[in-house]
Design a protein around this ligand. Structure first.
Ligand code: ADE
Length: 230
């Protein structure tokens, strides 16, 4: 997968891209992430990317020209263009899964007070990472990059670990334990030590459901609305 990111702050990215699983995924050629400075597509000495809003009002607005010109250069026929904005569809695991099958993604990070409305036209999808306003789309782009790359086949050591994780089947993950059996008077549930795989599987699915009911009832409602009532 190729991910291009168009941003005013390219220096924000190397930290997360050069650590852990994202670093390994790039070394193993599962993903190539290229960060592009929007100012490279300006034509004046000051590399101006924003301007005052027509109609007046506070703040500055990102101009359409650098974004369209960058997209002309970076977009291939099969590029999927994402605009990060608080007005977008709220990001979730199902979207991450869908994006993990794309060959090329271009992420456009907005900044300042906003961007020229015409920029929306080049986006295949507008995505928000939640109902709060950040200073720009850089952190949301990093969230997407992380959530998507780890789902590319072969990126995580054990593929099967993806099957059991939270949100995979619309539920939170069951509780996990490791040694010691007893820690500060807290015991590991005996069923996990029973060696009975069927019993363990049943306990885990009950726990996942119970957890979701206790902590995230909204997820269960979503599943029911999607016709996946179990
Ligand atoms: N830009 C600013 N806030 C954002 C958010 N919550 N999601 C995506 N992009 C953003």
């Amino acid at each position: 997968m190729n991910i291009d990111v168009l941003t005013l702050f390219p220096e924000m990215f190397p930290g997360i891209l050069n650590e852990s699983i994202l670093k390994r995924a790039q070394e193993n050629k599962k993903a190539k992430v290229s960060i592009h400075d929007m100012r490279n597509w300006t034509h004046d000495a000051r590399k101006t990317v924003d301007d005052k809003p027509f109609g007046g009002g506070p703040g500055m607005v990102i101009k359409p020209e650098p974004v369209f010109e960058a997209c002309d250069d970076l977009c291939k026929k099969n590029s999927y263009v994402i605009l990060l904005t608080p007005q977008g569809e709220k990001f979730n695991q199902a979207m991450a899964k869908e994006l993990s099958s794309k060959k090329r993604i271009l992420m456009i990070c907005g900044h300042y007070e906003g961007f020229d409305e015409r920029i929306r036209k080049i986006a295949d999808k507008e995505i928000s990472i939640g109902d709060y306003v950040l200073t720009g789309g850089e952190i949301p782009a990093m969230v997407l990059i992380d959530a998507v790359i780890r789902l590319i086949p072969g990126v995580l050591g054990e593929e099967s670990s993806l099957d059991d994780e939270s949100f995979n089947d619309g539920l939170l993950e069951y509780p996990q334990y490791t040694r010691p059996r007893v820690f500060r008077d807290m015991e590991v549930p005996p069923v996990l030590l029973s060696g009975d795989h069927k019993k363990v599987a049943k306990w885990r699915s009950e726990q996942a459901l119970k957890r979701t009911q206790e902590k995230r009832k909204d997820l269960l409602k979503e599943e029911i609305n999607n016709g996946k009532e179990k």
